[in-house]
Design a protein around this ligand. Structure first.
Ligand SMILES: Cc1ncc(COP(=O)(O)O)c(C=O)c1O
Length: 384
């Protein structure tokens, strides 16, 4: 068999996607994945919007389009971002096929084999896989219960001269932790002082169930070094594959060129649907609904974990709670036992760029009804 490219060395595929195969079995309660609840997916409304987009603009939607994205989506997304403290005119945005693609395009534009990317440890393993395919060296940033520590980040920048710093400051995946405002300011200053790009991946910001909103790192950026990654996956639908990224003009151009060889442009029907969704003003009402739905599930999960006595984070939003088993616990072995009781979760070791931490696990609460959360946690308590 002809040899595979060296970039695939050591890359085994997403651990979560393997666990997806387990949870596809009937009757499994899944605390794995980061899926929206089925009730949160508005199929009837999206069907109406698709019909509307095709009736109004069908020939254009169905034709090849510009790699730079669907103009109406860029306008709507620019307004959406401004409401969240991210000021980016439509021309400073690139619609992408989900944040997953943003990370891919940024690596394609910026990473040569052996370049360093600094990542929170633990962090989103999907991003790790993309970065590793570009043969980046992932180096951990020290974190605590408030996310990445700016002093430690500065030290790591000095030592490793990274090309990129990847951060999820709000309701982090996997920990659910949120970075306070002083750290956000300090990190924007570091980007300017050391002239490096910070990727602010912020797909969970709108899924806040308690506490006050915080300004994004991007809102403190004066140097154009903070790139804001927004996704409509968790807010509207992951299947539509629509997100946007902000970038300064020279970098945006490189992302567009990279996109031309990846998929030419993001699906135009999806872009037109999301643009119309935002233009009709559907998002605030839908967010209120899903915040109520997920907030109740989070409370139920936290109460259940406290009954079991597992050490855990206390997220105010997002989709995940992060737990630690008692000393010597092994979440991978636990997963095997849990699956035999038809419960799944993701062992935490997968989220560490340097492995280890076998006692940790990530639990998703959005995708299980409250009574399923109770049953799943009861089964988990037994196998623990
Ligand atoms: C932090 C983070 N970034 C990106 C993604 C992927 O999002 P998208 O569907 O926009 O590719 C996820 C999904 O779980 C995530 O948790």
């Amino acid at each position: 068999m002809p040899a595979f490219a060296a970039r695939y060395n050591g890359i085994t595929g997403s651990a979560i996607r393997e666990i997806f195969k387990i949870i596809a079995q009937p009757g499994v309660i899944s605390f794995a994945g980061g899926n929206p609840a089925a009730e949160a997916l508005e199929d009837a409304r999206i069907a109406d919007l698709a019909r509307e987009a095709l009736s109004a603009d069908g020939k254009r939607v169905l034709q090849y389009g510009g790699s730079e994205g669907w103009p109406q989506l860029k306008e709507e997304a620019s307004r959406f971002l401004a409401e969240r403290g991210v000021n980016a005119p439509p021309d400073a945005l690139l619609p992408v096929s989900g944040t997953t693609q943003t990370i891919d395009l940024l690596c394609k534009a910026l990473i040569d084999p052996g370049d360093t990317i600094l990542v929170e440890n633990p962090s989103f393993l999907g991003a790790f896989q993309t970065m590793r395919l570009y043969q980046a060296r992932l180096s951990p940033i020290e974190t605590d219960g408030q996310g990445a520590i700016p002093g430690a980040l500065e030290e790591a920048i000095r030592q490793t001269h990274p090309k990129l710093v990847y951060l999820i400051p709000t309701f982090q995946n996997p920990t659910g932790v949120t970075m306070p405002v002083e750290r956000r300011k300090a990190i924007a200053e570091l980007a300017e002082r050391y002239d490096i790009y910070i990727l602010e991946d912020d797909p969970y910001r709108d899924l806040r169930y308690s506490g006050a909103e915080l300004p994004p790192i991007h809102s403190f950026d004066r140097s154009g070094r903070v790139l804001y990654l927004a996704s409509f996956s968790k807010l509207i639908s992951p299947g539509l594959r629509v997100g946007v990224v902000t970038a300064p003009p020279e970098l945006l151009r490189k992302l567009v060129i990279g996109k031309q060889s990846t998929d030419l442009h993001t699906d135009q029907l999806s872009q037109a649907i999301v643009a119309r969704y935002l233009a009709h003003g559907y998002l605030p009402g839908h967010l209120a609904d899903i915040r109520a739905l997920y907030g109740e599930r989070l409370e139920r999960m936290l109460a259940g974990l406290d009954r079991i006595g597992l050490e855990r984070t206390a997220p105010e939003g997002g989709l995940f709670v992060w737990c630690s088993l008692p000393e010597g616990g092994d979440a991978r072995a636990l997963l095997e036992r849990a699956v035999s009781r038809k419960v799944a979760f993701v062992p935490g070791a997968h989220f560490y760029c340097d492995g280890g931490h076998n006692e940790t696990l990530r639990l998703n609460f959005s995708n299980s009804a409250p009574d399923a959360i109770d049953r799943g946690l009861a089964a988990l308590a037994e196998v623990i």
